[in-house]
Write a protein that binds this ligand. Structure first.
Ligand code: GCB
Length: 598
């Protein structure tokens, strides 16, 4: 799915700002048929939950309404007119004046609503967007609505981050020519110094497609024509981790001799491959350093924010991280574009978090009922998961920074039914993108002896909490358990193995000379103990600490103002462990992890 951009044939109007806002319980039946009768206004993009002081809004279950007037530029008479939503979490209904024009389910992927037939160039219309943050066992992520003892509807969910809802990403009105380029799929390669850019275009009409590839200085380095083709790039400059290089692919669609549509796509030439225990980028072994992150900031919730985007990437660079995982949902497209431009490697994860009844059973991992059953992860859940996976891959497959798809976080891969559930999803992902490896983040209860799906995937990504949930405060035992665990997986499958989560909650300012949990010293010692074990295994390809920064969670008893496993606080101040990580990842103490570099 192409992001709307301005070209010679396309225009766009950004609709971010402050919109009228209301929750459904305070509105008449059909709020979209009139101006919303509300004193409230909400920022877009932002989750709505933390904007207001009213707990009724923060904890609202059901629909909320956003509304604003929109004027269609007068020059758009002959064009198609569409609305693009970066995301509406988790479901949306879009009304133009009094009419329902489009719907979308899934809170972290974009969608278009074609309003051409319902609007007039030069005229204004009333845009109303209903957004629901509700989760059920047939949504991704799953959840359920319960009624409290006081008779109030409450959203329950099985993931450890606050269920922020609303219009958290940008909204655009954009124009497309009647005959247009609908999609472009690019795959790249290289043999020696010659790069290749294979492209496939999908169009509505048109006679011919012309393409041109420009280097970073704007010089044309390759040209071609046809709806599908391969461009050769002599003396190619590869896109590399830490050394991004982007070409620009210009695509023109022609009717007769007239150019009727143009689009421009940044392209990084690079390859990704898994061979034996190695993860290769451009044929060279790659070792991941970095974090599982969240889209999470004060007041905005999951609202995309360019200042935090820039600052977070600055902190990644400062600490020497070369990668992150988009735990536990696809992030805003702006984040991936930034990663493309700055050479940060991304493991792109779906929103399928919480497919695990074992987690509800506590540390014993005993599910109250089977995860893969009619009652929970059933065929409809799988259908929603497949649709979401399709939307994720169709959105992100052209990003060079994205090197792997993570299909789920901590599913019950040790339970019966996991294979039947995941095999079709793996097949779908490979069909949509045969070029990238696949993984899933493996939950603690899924061990090298009982996991039922690892052979379907390419990389073993472990989420482990030795020294925290298991052997908490006992780093000696944690080391033993971790080493045994890694060895077990290495013996079971010849695949690269990495940690996608390890971390300890840490309250900044709490200190001790002993191994006391929650102290800054413990977080440092915890990480160092892990690193000592990682370095024993040549098959080990990466370490992503949980988490980059502290983040908001549900109001659980074991969370004090959120999850505190951040290396940075929620407002991005470093805890002590940041210095230790920085020394390791920047190779200040000698060898950089996973390399012979000094
Ligand atoms: C996990 C989850 C992550 C949690 C983390 C924790 O295994 O994948 O979402 O936040 O543990 O801190 O408990």
């Amino acid at each position: 799915m192409l992001k709307p951009i301005a070209t010679a044939t396309r225009e766009l109007v950004n609709l971010d700002g402050v919109w009228r806002f209301a929750i459904d319980s305070r509105l008449p039946e059909s709020p979209w048929t009139a101006q919303l009768d509300t004193p409230l206004e909400a920022a877009v993009p932002a989750s709505y939950n933390d904007l207001f002081t009213d707990p009724e809004i923060r904890n609202h279950v059901g629909w909320v309404y956003y509304q604003r007037p929109v004027r269609v530029p007068r020059g758009w008479t002959d064009d198609r007119v569409l609305l693009r939503f970066g995301a509406a979490t988790h479901a949306a209904r879009v009304y133009v004046d009094d009419r329902l024009i489009g719907e979308h389910i899934g809170g972290y992927t974009p969608f278009d609503v074609d309003v051409t037939e319902h609007v007039t160039a030069g005229a204004e219309f009333r845009l109303t967007v209903a957004v629901s943050g509700d989760l059920s066992n047939e949504t991704v992520p799953p959840g359920k609505i319960e009624v409290t003892g006081a008779g109030r509807r409450k959203q329950v969910y099985y993931h450890d981050f606050y269920n922020y809802a609303g219009l958290a990403r940008s909204v655009w009105l954009h124009s497309l020519p009647q005959v247009a380029i609908d999609d472009i799929v690019v795959t790249t390669g290289h043999v020696g110094t010659v790069g290749s850019v294979h492209y496939v275009t999908h169009t509505t009409g048109g006679d011919e497609v012309r393409v041109r590839l420009r280097d970073a200085r704007g010089v044309i380095v390759a040209e071609g024509s046809g709806r599908e083709g391969t461009l050769e790039v002599q003396d190619v400059t590869l896109w590399k981790p830490g050394a991004a290089y982007l070409y620009d692919l210009e695509i023109e669609l022609l009717t007769g001799a007239a150019v009727v549509d143009t689009y421009a796509l940044p392209v990084g030439v690079r390859t990704v491959e898994v061979r034996g225990y190695e993860f290769l980028i451009n044929g060279e072994p790659f070792y991941f350093t970095g974090f599982g992150k969240h889209e999470d900031t004060p007041v905005r919730g999951k609202g995309h924010d360019n200042a935090y985007l820039v600052h977070d990437f600055q902190l990644l660079e400062w600490i020497g991280a070369n990668s992150f995982r988009t735990s536990h949902y696809p992030y805003a497209e702006e984040v991936l574009e930034f990663a493309d431009r700055h050479g940060i490697v991304v493991i792109d994860e779906t929103a399928a978090v919480g497919l695990n009844m074992g987690v509800v059973g506590g540390l014993a991992g005993k599910p109250p009922f089977p995860t893969f059953s009619e009652q929970y992860a059933n065929d409809r859940t799988q259908g929603a998961h497949a649709q979401h996976l399709r939307e994720l891959i169709e959105r992100d497959r052209n990003h060079p920074s994205v090197v792997m798809w993570c299909i789920a976080n901590e599913p019950a891969s040790n339970e019966d039914g996991a294979r039947e559930y995941f095999e079709p999803l793996v097949n779908l992902a490979r069909e949509l993108d045969p070029t990238r490896p696949l993984t899933y983040a493996v939950v603690l209860f899924a061990t090298f002896t009982n996991d039922q799906i690892i052979d379907l995937f390419d990389v073993v990504s472990l989420n482990r909490y030795y020294g925290w949930y298991v052997a908490g405060g006992d780093l000696e035992t944690a080391r033993e358990y971790l080493a045994r665990d890694l060895q077990g997986w290495i013996d079971r499958v010849e695949k690269p193995i990495m940690m996608t989560e390890y971390g300890a909650d840490t309250e900044p300012g709490v200190h001790s000379v002993w191994d006391k949990v929650w102290t800054e010293e413990y977080q440092t010692a915890f990480l160092e103990a892990h690193h000592e074990v990682f370095d024993r295994f040549p098959q080990f390809v990466g370490e992503q600490v949980w988490n980059f920064a502290d983040f908001a969670t549900d109001n659980g008893l074991h969370r004090v103002d959120g999850n505190k496993k951040g290396i940075f606080t929620r407002d991005r101040k470093p805890k002590s462990a940041a210095t230790s990580l920085r020394r390791r990842w920047r190779g200040l103490d000698g060898r950089k992890p996973g390399t012979t570099e000094h």
